[in-house]
Design a binder for this molecule. Structure first.
Ligand code: GDP
Ligand code: MG
Length: 370
């Protein structure tokens, strides 16, 4: 079987495709940019760049296949999952905080906001949007490199009193490589020195032409300080999401991705999981990377207890026997024994691999990778 193209492999390893092609030539393999590579070639090339390759177990693949091969009639609309990316100090954290704190309905007040790496809010129009709140875009890149397609829409934030910066470009490149639609947030519009047209101009120079200028990219002037424009930004996210026709089957066993996980002194292992399809329940047996466990408790980002979590819902979960890695897939299994076996096989493999202290990437078949 052929897995991914030389180009995709290059972006997984964060090197240029030319470097990959060059290395291939040195190895006596002649590949073109879009040529798909088989397992052997991928392993050899990755090795040259210092990576070990992990091919996903067939069971995980099967679950993911099922996830994609749902019957149309079982599918229901789900909330878009959004990542905010951009240059340092352009206002990513401020925007995320503003949105998290502003979109609290009366009934929700009281809960103490916790940083769990993801949250879900209701917009003024009554629809929901899920935000990944992972530090910077390193996490996004890491997750992507680990094979997780999580984000539906990327908001690129650019400070309107500043310029398109190297990390802005990098963020745009990452979003484009992942095939995620982009919305531009022109932040700090409240500042006297704000010049959003200058930023639009700079963006146009990198082929990001905003709608107001006849292009295809939605943009919105916002202030994370005053909140100006933020409801409009959320509506634009929803508009983008509508085009994507995001759907999932809530009536099946949950599949999703680990956002972050750690050991909490009082509570044991705590993992933020994003359910992508199906519904996760208390008592479910979860296999996540090389860990497993029965779901003991679930809470949202306000620390409120949850009994179940449907598609596009992030939860903080208690009950795993360890901390899986950000970007690990999780799935619900019928048999606890089987989950334990797979988890233990994987830890074994990981131990062996870490002995060799190598960098590591995960690949599955093309199309499911990003
Ligand atoms: P990040 O590095 O992208 O996460 O940026 P931060 O959210 O930490 O913001 C960097 C600085 O800009 C902080 O001092 C914020 O208070 C400030 N800031 C962010 N957004 C706005 C805004 O819309 N208006 C103004 N005046 N300041 C902002
Ligand atoms: Mg920040």
């Amino acid at each position: 079987t052929e897995f991914i193209s030389a180009n995709d492999l290059a972006s997984l390893m964060d090197v240029s495709v030319n470097e990959v092609i060059k290395v291939c030539m040195q190895l006596g393999m002649f590949v073109s940019i879009n040529q798909r590579l088989d397992a052997e070639a991928i392993t050899i090339i990755a090795d040259e760049f210092g990576y070990d390759v992990e091919f996903m177990t067939s069971e995980e693949e099967q679950a993911l296949e099922e996830m994609q091969e749902e019957n149309e009639e079982d599918l229901e609309e789900r909330a878009p999952i959004v990542t905010i990316m951009g240059h340092v100090d352009h206002g990513k954290t401020s925007l995320l905080d503003y949105i998290r704190n502003a979109n609290v309905t009366a009934g929700e007040a009281g809960g103490i906001t916790q940083h769990i790496g993801a949250y879900k809010v209701k917009t003024e129009s009554g629809r929901t949007v899920t935000f990944l709140d992972t530090p910077g875009h390193e996490a996004f890149t890491a997750m992507r490199a680990r094979g997780a397609k999580v984000t539906d829409v990327v908001i690129i934030v650019v400070a309107a009193d500043d310029s398109v910066m190297p990390q802005t470009k990098e963020a745009i490149n990452h979003a484009q490589a992942a095939g995620s639609p982009i919305i531009i947030a022109l932040n700090k519009i409240d500042k006297p020195g704000a010049n959003p047209d200058k930023v639009r101009e700079e963006l146009s120079q990198m082929n990001i032409l905003v709608e107001e200028w006849g292009g295809k990219y939605q943009s919105q002037e916002v202030s994370a300080k005053t909140g100006q424009g933020i409801p409009d930004l959320l509506e634009k996210v929803l508009l983008e999401a509508e085009l994507l026709e995001l759907k999932a089957n809530p009536n099946r066993q949950a599949i999703g991705t680990v956002i972050e996980a750690s050991l909490d002194k009082g509570r044991g292992y705590v993992a933020t999981m994003l359910v992508q399809t199906g519904t996760l329940h208390i008592g479910d047996i979860v296999l996540a990377g090389s860990h497993y466990g029965r779901v003991k408790a679930m809470t949202d980002h306000r620390g409120r207890k949850m009994k179940e979590a449907g598609p596009s819902t992030p939860v903080q979960l208690l009950g795993l026997d360890g901390a899986p890695q950000a970007g690990d897939k999780f799935l619900v299994m019928e048999s606890e024994r089987e989950a334990r076996e797979i988890a233990s096989n994987r830890s074994q493999m990981q131990r062996e691999q870490s002995l060799r202290t190598r960098k590591h990437i995960t690949l599955d078949e093309i199309g499911r990778r990003l």
